[in-house]
Design a protein around this ligand. Structure first.
Ligand SMILES: [Ca+2]
Ligand SMILES: [Ca+2]
Ligand SMILES: [Ca+2]
Length: 467
């Protein structure tokens, strides 16, 4: 190199190196493409690998636990750990392995990009990142994991409060999480606890465009102080498979915001399709009311259908519990669930009654049991919703309502979907949902689920899709 290029040589972009792992390599090799390493765990702990570098894992099956032994940094960038073709990772001991174990795992590390792996048959998690920062987990497929497919969680502290917020800036994108919690049999079984995709104690997260299918417990769960994040564009189906089976387990939302032991706030849940889950669709609640509150939540442009089994569980399309405040539920399409909308602050011991809730421009229709139940809520505004006339009221129940503002809700015989039976919830030209919505929606909801501006024609339509 001549002197003229010395400045660019010093820049991070020119210092990035690629290293290789192959099933026919050796950990005594230098990690080049012609002389690759043999184990991924060796690669992620090798001194020569620096921030900004990429580790390419050649096709094949690798049976090992991979513990990230270093971090990238903000100056030189992430360390990328990438499947360079079809790579399957397996747990060397798929029966034994403690709480927190993941086939890819880390504690106190940051700036990794984990891409493209199939991870299967694990005793606990597929990917377990503890006390993590600035991680990207993308395009992976976890299959038949004992517990979570992907989990971000504390390494040691579970006492609640701000100390539980031990991770930050996490992106989980375009992954498939299939058959999570596969070793879990029901209440009292310690195998496979946690949820299919868990965001626990994370400040700053994006969980987007993932597909979750066939899981035994909850689907996507942001909990215990997770904040300043979004859950969007995900497809969640077939969760809570053990609901109603022996063992007494009836819960398990497909998308769950659970404040639990620390304050949870500023979260957007949008553009998700949540369907045919055995229990509930989208639930915002707080399982531990003596520590931390849930507030400042927006739920919009979601399509939620076919959830719950009548006579077995509540099958709530969208639900809000006690110790939760400041929730906006706007322009969702909720159809063919056991119940469409449940807002219930009855169980507020140790916390506060549900309050400051807006329910606007939603379709609640063709519920199997009832449109829902609303009780013990202060300052609920529920307007410009469309509901089917199978029921007399938009909701049943209704005690303990303080400062209820209900107006301009419309009862109809049929919404006029493209295909109710075929689950195409776009509107047809004659739909009653067209142009009768409220324009009083946040900037966040100005485009519909398809990305179309919401004010087509004479006004805003009701539901997730603008005609
Ligand atoms: Ca194991
Ligand atoms: Ca709490
Ligand atoms: Ca319109």
């Amino acid at each position: 190199m001549n002197g003229a290029s010395s400045l660019s040589i010093a820049s991070p972009a020119n210092n990035k190196s690629a290293y290789y792992v192959s099933t026919n390599g050796s950990d005594d090799n230098p990690g080049t493409s012609s002389k690759p390493w043999k184990t991924i765990n060796h690669a992620v702990n090798e001194d020569i690998v620096k921030a900004g570098d990429t580790i390419l894992v050649q096709p094949g099956t690798y049976t090992e636990l991979i513990t990230l032994g270093k971090s990238g940094n903000s100056e030189s960038g992430h360390i990328t750990l990438k499947a360079n073709g079809n790579v399957t990772l397996r747990d060397p001991d798929p029966i034994n392995g403690g709480f927190r174990e993941g086939v890819i795992q880390s504690a106190g590390k940051g700036y990794w990009d984990i891409e493209g792996f199939r991870i299967e048959n694990t005793s606990w998690a597929g990917i377990s990142l503890r006390d993590a920062n600035n991680m990207i987990v993308q395009n992976n497929h976890t299959y038949q994991t004992g517990a979570s497919g992907i989990i971000v969680m504390p390494e040691t502290y579970y006492g609640g409060g701000e100390a539980e917020i031990t991770s930050k800036n996490i992106k989980v994108l375009n992954n498939t999480v299939e058959r999570a919690n596969w070793r879990w049999q029901g209440n009292g079984d310690e195998n496979g606890t946690q949820e299919a995709l868990s965001i626990w104690g994370v400040d700053g997260f994006e969980v987007a465009n993932n597909t979750l299918k066939e899981g035994k417990r909850e689907g996507i769960d942001a909990k215990t102080g997770s904040r300043n994040g979004s859950i969007h564009g995900n497809t969640v189906t077939g969760q809570a498979l053990v609901s109603g089976k022996p063992g007494g387990y009836h819960g398990g939302p497909a998308i769950y915001l659970d404040g639990n032991r620390a304050d949870m706030f500023n979260i957007d849940v949008y553009d998700n399709v949540v369907f045919n889950n055995t229990a509930d669709g989208i639930v915002i609640a707080d399982e531990v009311r003596s520590q931390g509150d849930v507030s400042d939540i927006r739920v919009y442009n979601n399509v939620v259908y076919g959830n719950g089994i009548q006579g077995v569980n509540g099958g709530q399309g969208i639900a809000v519990g006690s110790n939760v405040s400041d929730v906006e539920i706007v322009n969702n399409t909720v159809a063919k669930n056991v119940q469409a909308i449940v807002i219930d602050g009855t169980d507020n011991l140790g916390g506060y009654k549900t309050r400051d809730i807006l329910v606007r421009n939603n379709i609640f229709t063709d519920s199997k049991y009832r449109n829902g139940s609303i009780e013990d809520v202060d300052n609920l505004t529920i307007d410009h919703n469309l509901f089917s006339d199978k029921f007399e009221k938009l909701y049943d129940g209704g005690s303990g309502l303080g400062n209820l503002k209900a107006s301009d809700n419309t009862k109809i015989g049929s919404v006029g979907f493209v295909s109710l039976d075929g689950n195409n919830f776009h509107l047809t030209s004659g739909s009653k949902a067209i142009d009768i919505g409220s324009p009083g929606i946040g900037q966040y909801a100005q485009i519909d689920k398809d990305g179309k501006p919401r004010n087509q024609g004479a006004g805003v339509d009701i539901g997730a899709y603008e005609y």
